[in-house]
Write a new protein. Structure first.
Length: 214
């Protein structure tokens, strides 16, 4: 097991949008796979799965990372999604209210785990604890915006990896890096820049440590 650490990872436009995806280049996608290879588990929101087809396996053959989804609504698409067709069964975190119906739809393709509520949302800290109980030391939080916000709100994120792409979107309704009710700090949540590198294509790969107030 690796050092215990929770890392949020995302690619965003210069205006802070994480959609429409995919945003990153092939360089960014290789970086994501490399980070997955160095971590034990990934946690992703249901909306991100609805708009993409991630496997979250990493690139190392034979290595079985823990792959987890979290959904409040129970709206988890199954047909045609690689995560349910390849590799070990993923975990799906959900609430008691959708547990039975979601179980019928998944039909054994995933392991369902009911989570307690915290402030009206599924507890991200409880999901992290479950992954740690199963041997995950280092865990990636792979979005989307609401999951990112809740993870930071619950203070479970240690570090953030953000690829800033040389693009602007500007459209209304596109999710930003973090979205929720209320500020994350007073009013800001401070970050410490650990590293920043620029690729020839103009992408900036940034690495931050989260500085929570006591």
């Amino acid at each position: 097991m690796r050092e215990k650490k929770v890392i949020m990872i995302a690619a965003m436009t210069l205006c802070g949008r994480i959609s429409p995806a995919p945003l990153g280049s092939a360089v960014d996608r290789r970086f994501l796979e490399a980070v997955r290879d160095k971590t034990d588990a990934s946690l992703m929101g249901g909306n991100t799965l609805r708009h993409g087809d991630p496997e979250m396996r990493g690139s190392v053959c034979g290595r079985h990372r823990l792959r987890a989804l979290i959904t409040m609504s129970g709206d988890i698409p199954v047909a045609g999604k690689k995560i349910f067709a390849q590799g070990p069964k993923p975990l799906v975190f959900c609430g008691d209210g959708v547990h039975a119906g979601l179980g019928e739809r998944l039909r054994g393709r995933a392991e369902l785990i009911a989570l307690p509520l915290l402030d009206g949302f599924l507890s991200i800290a409880a999901a992290i604890r479950e992954l740690e109980k199963r041997g995950a030391g280092s865990i990636l939080v792979e979005g989307g915006a609401i999951l990112n916000y809740r993870a930071l709100r619950e203070r479970v994120v240690d570090e953030i990896l953000v690829t800033i792409t040389p693009q602007l979107f500007g459209g209304e309704g596109a999710p930003s890096l973090v979205e929720g009710v209320g500020s994350l700090g007073c009013p800001f949540l401070a970050l410490e820049l650990l590293s920043c590198r620029q690729e020839k294509n103009g992408e900036l790969f940034t690495h931050y440590r989260v500085k929570y107030e006591e």
